[in-house]
Design a protein around this ligand. Sequence first.
Ligand SMILES: O=P(O)(O)O[C@H]1[C@H](O)[C@@H](OP(=O)(O)O)[C@H](OP(=O)(O)O)[C@@H](OP(=O)(O)O)[C@H]1O
Ligand SMILES: Nc1ncnc2c1ncn2[C@@H]1O[C@H](COP(=O)(O)OP(=O)(O)O)[C@@H](O)[C@H]1O
Length: 516
Amino acid sequence: MTQYVPFKGRTAASDCLGIVAHRDDSSETSWSENVHQTRQNSQPLHLPIKQQWTGDTCATELKLTVTPPTPDTTPDSEQKGFSTNDQPFHKKGAPLGSSLQKEMYCAETSDSPNYPIPRLIITQDCSPNSCLSFTSPPLPETTSVLDIPLSREAESPCSDSGCGGSPVPSLFLRKLSSSSGLSSASSFEESEDDFGGSDMEPNGLHYLLCSPEDQGVPSKSWKKLKNMVHWSPFVVSFKKQYPWIQLAGHAGNFKAGEYGKILKKFCESEQQCLVGLNRDILRPFVPGYYGVVEKEGENYNQMEDLLSEFDSPSIMDCKMGVRTYLEEELVKAREKPKLRKDMYEKMIAVDPNAPTEEEHRQKAILKPRYMQWRETLSSTATMGFRIEGIKRADGSCDTNFKKTRHKEQVINALRDFVDGNKNILRKYLVRLKELRTALEKSEFFKSHEVVGSSLLFVHDSSEQAKVWMIDFGKTVRLPCTQMLNHRSPWVEGNREDGYLWGLDNLINIFTEMVQE
Ligand SMILES: O=P(O)(O)O[C@H]1[C@H](O)[C@@H](OP(=O)(O)O)[C@H](OP(=O)(O)O)[C@@H](OP(=O)(O)O)[C@H]1O
Ligand SMILES: Nc1ncnc2c1ncn2[C@@H]1O[C@H](COP(=O)(O)OP(=O)(O)O)[C@@H](O)[C@H]1O
């Protein structure tokens, strides 16, 4: 079967409601001012997430009134909640040079409820440990195989979902990690002919495996075939017999590339990041980038498959940072709020009591609200990272970490991931410290807001263990004058992402585990 899962495709029923913002107390205090005041006057804010959305705790917070759209007079683009000014929000996978299309998933309510705009959550209750100094990895040559000009303009995140969201015919096909989304869609659709697509865990967890192993072919077989790629003229016909696993992220986003390479739906800002990172001191810690490839009329960024040097690898995806949405997304959500039914569904699948009364009534929520809820439910808000998914060597896979928040829970998950192997833990620790040293020196890192990016941990039975940075779809270049330290607490406007703070915490946890 060769079929795309439409990526952020629009449903016919997604016509939008016009939404007008007003203050519920006529105060002149803006949302961000309010947050800054809160920050100045007190310690980091740790309000229960639900409380922050009910409006009970903040007299000056903004409210939205949802009103029906003016029929037929609004230009289509506006009805869809975007204009040409929405440039920063690129659709993931949009063909090169295509006009932007902003899609959303809007609530179809016709009444006019008040809808609270999110107050910002400020968390970060412990300070990072001091950094250990390690020898930095060998500096890459600044030359690159690539010849793609780097824009000096602010980069555009690939997510269009900050405000518009991402409707799909099936809500459950999009996100591999969706707790309710047991997707059988392979993200390597094209390759299904070669090695089938997906698997589903009996415990409700799911993953995608694109290898003969997953169809009952013993692992030795693919290993043999893999070797043949190097040594035999027959290899070409077998090159797709290559195991590849997408542990998290959006379904339909990846395809098999050439041997040792994968294709990810084209996103211009991600491309710029990959190019920039491949010229930076961070080069050893990111996938190699091999330019844009066109397949069946779609453009893809071709990058190194980080699994290629491993045998039956164990894999873990850890999303870094204290914040998983861009500041731009908040601005958008304020200016053109879009109610997301899919996110409401995902929320109640995890906790039916999480939505406010208003949200239950609307059966929809705003994206920042959902993202903040996910952050506080997991260890993102309290530790600056969260586990998204783990695939073990035996093929079992777990993406059920939405409520993994406390240190002990994280440690248990990590212990299970490395199967108690301290050699592997030690290697990960060394690599994480090397990464931190490189990050602290990196020109790229200090000049970018890095949101939604993950660390991909990979090891195998030979005790080879490595970590790479992946997913730069929401990594945004800062204005020339601005720099981040990635450890300061975030307040809206400072664009801090807590990436290094999260890495510090991760390193501390690995250190503790090694010393156990
Ligand atoms: O993990 P769950 O709870 O399913 O929530 C997902 C993740 O946060 C995605 O981030 P990532 O891609 O880093 O995994 C995010 O994509 P964005 O990166 O586009 O923000 C999705 O937003 P939408 O794409 O708007 O649904 C959101 O629904
Ligand atoms: N270069 C890579 N090599 C191997 N696996 C990768 C690579 N990039 C991504 N993956 C796999 O795909 C998953 C999703 O990747 P990501 O870039 O986060 O996608 P999305 O932008 O859809 O969130 C990761 O968790 C990992 O399992």
